[in-house]
Design a protein around this ligand. Sequence first.
Ligand code: HXC
Length: 257
Amino acid sequence: MAFENILVETFDAVGLIRLNRPQALNALNAALLGELNAALEQFDADERIGAIVITGSEKAFAAGADIKEMQALDFVGAYRSDFLGEWEKITRARKPVIAAVAGYALGGGCELAMMCDFIIAAKTAKFGQPEITLGIMPGMGGTQRLARFIGKAKAMDLCLTGRMMDADEAERSGLVARVVPSEDLLDEALRAAARIASFSRPVVMMAKETVNRAYETTLGEGLRFERRLFHSMFALEDQKEGMSAFVEKRTPAFKNR
Ligand code: HXC
């Protein structure tokens, strides 16, 4: 499939998607969204792929939803088309998705990064929800995911003042898993993804699903969900292989079954 707003590559078992609208700092428009969803679906369905990385450019992961596309939108149009609703599809990928963020991750860009499973940031990364400066508020999860991921104080601060947060503050706040020098960003993200892809696919997918469950349910239900899936892992050949390899002091050869 030919894409115009993203670039897609594979590195062995890792799928890489680069947002590619440099003229608009990777502003997220409908065309880009359609391509991103299609590429993610392809990688998710591809048995050779074990993890996915989404990245932008050195200057911008994405500077937000496309303001020029939204400018003339009216209420009825937004409501009837469920404007931005399609973005939730990103979170349906069952394989892990890492956001590798350099430069601006603003508005929808910050929200897209938060839809991924974790964020690796370059020192240059800047996160923010500047919608308030445009006469709107976040609409792709910013108010909800930020509040859950970094707490009320910082979520309110970012959503109400529209200020930006640098990579170190984002890491201190728990928004970002790792901060790395800019020149190492892609390598670090690809290495993390390759490591994930080297483990048992079903176990990786269940671990992702279970951590995400923590944000959808009570502690009691989440713990029960975890324990039941944990029990099911003893039906996997990969559990026998992983534990035998440990006991026999060799590297496991997972079969993804
Ligand atoms: C459309 C955008 C854009 C955006 C940048 N551009 N951000 N176009 N939508 N979100 C375009 C600019 O218009 C410009 O195009 C080109 O990209 C380069 O941007 P500059 O502003 O010239 O770059 P710079 O001076 O380096 O400033 C970078 C910046 C600034 C600080 C990131 O671009 C900026 O403030 N952008 C908007 C950030 C923002 O408000 N994001 C939230 C969007 S709302 P031209 O053609 O002029 O050269 C949102 C809502 C989410 O995301 C969901 C709820 C609805």
